[in-house]
Structure formats: structure tokens, C-alpha cells
Ligand binder design. Structure first.
Ligand SMILES: [Fe+2]
Length: 253
């Protein structure tokens, strides 16, 4: 599996706090079947984003974890005015492996219409925004049509893997399921922060998605699409409906 959203670099944000913890997270991910992690420190009002620091931290973590998996560069990019201006000036500063894809996070309570303009401006500068965890966003939970229109405009959607297991509550779980059913999920990623609660283990969520939507859907959102982002390849965003099983099903963490 390829995990495109993970706060695994030590002491850069609210993710791993020490090198030991980061190494343990890498090992846990590798043991559960992850081959590649995109390290995505926050860029928001609380944590600033310094590319050189991030490159150094990646190198340090690669060595300390003896390259048990590949670590790539990315960012959890909060769509603020200041961040947008900086990204427009430096289009590959925040993108995955300096390619086209950029993880974009909105504020939890409201997503202003002006955000659509911001997404278009990122695209005009050569970036493809990936909408991160809309299922956890209280505003977007009530505006599925907004997400559909983003996908139709060419912007893929990343759901947090543990949402399928109920980690973020019933409403996030139900919304993640609805997005899956409607073919509006293109990635599942850990958004891991630690070793005990929000971990980088993807195997349970993969099994849950495979059980309920079929192996092909799980492969698509945990493996094929994430892999394509590493090299900046284009994705097919056709909103085909997921292969939903008719029986009632549940996933437990
Ligand atoms: Fe994140």
C-alpha cells in the first residue's frame, strides 16, 4: 500500500514527537503492508513549513529506519490566504515529490465559496489539489454535492482510512461510506499522528473496504491511485459507483 498522508517526521508538527517514535511508526506501517509513505507535515497557522528541514528529517528517518519502506515528501496544506499566495509563487514547494499533487485541507466548520476559486488558482499554477478527509468536515458532511462538483472539476478525494472503522464517529463513518458508494473516493490514507490512536496501520481499513466494496476498490484507493501520485501520473476520476454489496455490513476497529 501507498500512504499519501502521514505525520511521521519527528518534532515538526503534532505527529511523531521523537525519532524513536517515528521509526516505530515506520516499522508498524511496513509490517501492515505499506511500501511507501508520503511524509506530510502540516503547513498551517500553528506549524510552519520549511522544505530544507523536511528534507533533512526525511533523510534522518530513512537511515534510522533502515529503509524498510520508501519515504516521500509532501505537505498537509491548509488552504489559507497566506499559504495559497506562497504556493502560487512556489508551485512545487508543497506538492508530493515536487510533482503535481497537493493535499488540501479546509477549515472544519465552513468551506466558503471562495475556496473554489482558490482550487482553480492552484490548478492554473500547475497543481492538482487532493481534497483531504471531507468525511470529517462538519460542513462538507452536509454538502455532498459540493464534493461531487469538485470531483467533476478534476480534483480527487482522500478519505482517512480509520473513518471506515469509526475512529472519527458515526457521522464521519456514514459519510465516508456514502462517498465510497457514489464513487467519490480516490484515496484512503492513514493521516497517522502516533502509535496508539491515529496509527499508520492501514491493513484493517483495507480489509474493511475490500470486504464491503470488493478487492478492486480497495486496490484502487490504497494502492493504484496513491502510487500514481508519487510520479505525478494522471488519475481517472470517473464517478463509477462502488461495487456495493447488498447485505448489511459493519466494520469494527
Ligand atoms: Fe493530516
Amino acid at each position: 500500500m501507498v500512504d499519501i498522508h502521514c505525520h511521521i517526521l519527528p518534532a515538526l508538527d503534532d505527529g511523531a514527537q521523537t525519532l524513536d517514535e517515528a521509526v516505530a511508526m515506520v516499522r508498524l506501517a511496513a509490517e501492515s503492508g505499506t511500501t511507501d509513505i508520503v511524509a506530510t507535515p502540516h503547513a498551517n497557522s500553528q506549524f510552519s513549513f520549511h522544505p530544507e528541514q523536511i528534507d533533512e528529517a526525511i533523510e534522518m528517518l530513512r537511515k534510522a529506519s533502515r529503509n524498510v519502506l520508501r519515504i516521500h515528501r509532501g505537505c498537509d496544506f491548509h488552504l489559507t490566504y497566506e499559504n495559497l499566495q506562497d504556493a502560487l509563487l512556489h508551485p512545487t514547494k508543497y506538492t508530493i515529490n515536487h510533482g503535481r499533487y497537493i493535499l488540501v485541507e479546509f477549515s472544519v466548520a465552513h468551506v466558503a465559496k471562495a475556496m473554489d476559486d482558490a482550487l482553480y488558482r492552484l490548478r492554473a499554477a500547475g497543481m492538482t489539489p487532493i481534497i483531504t478527509h471531507p468525511e470529517r468536515n462538519l460542513f462538507l458532511q452536509r454538502h455532498l454535492e459540493r464534493i461531487r462538483s469538485w470531483v467533476e472539476d478534476g480534483w480527487p478525494v482522500q478519505v482517512t482510512a480509520q473513518s471506515f472503522l469509526g475512529r472519527f464517529g458515526e457521522s464521519a463513518k456514514l459519510f465516508a461510506e456514502e462517498l465510497m458508494k457514489q464513487g467519490l473516493v480516490h484515496f484512503a490514507a492513514s493521516d497517522a499522528h502516533d502509535l496508539s490512536d491515529r496509527t499508520p496501520r492501514l491493513s484493517e481499513a483495507y480489509a474493511c473496504v475490500a470486504q464491503n466494496y470488493g478487492e478492486a476498490q480497495a486496490e484502487r484507493v490504497f494502492v493504484a491511485n496513491p502510487k500514481a501520485t508519487l510520479n505525478g501520473e494522471r488519475l481517472s476520476l470517473k464517478t463509477q459507483t462502488a461495487n456495493q454489496r447488498s447485505k448489511k455490513w459493519f466494520c469494527f476497529k
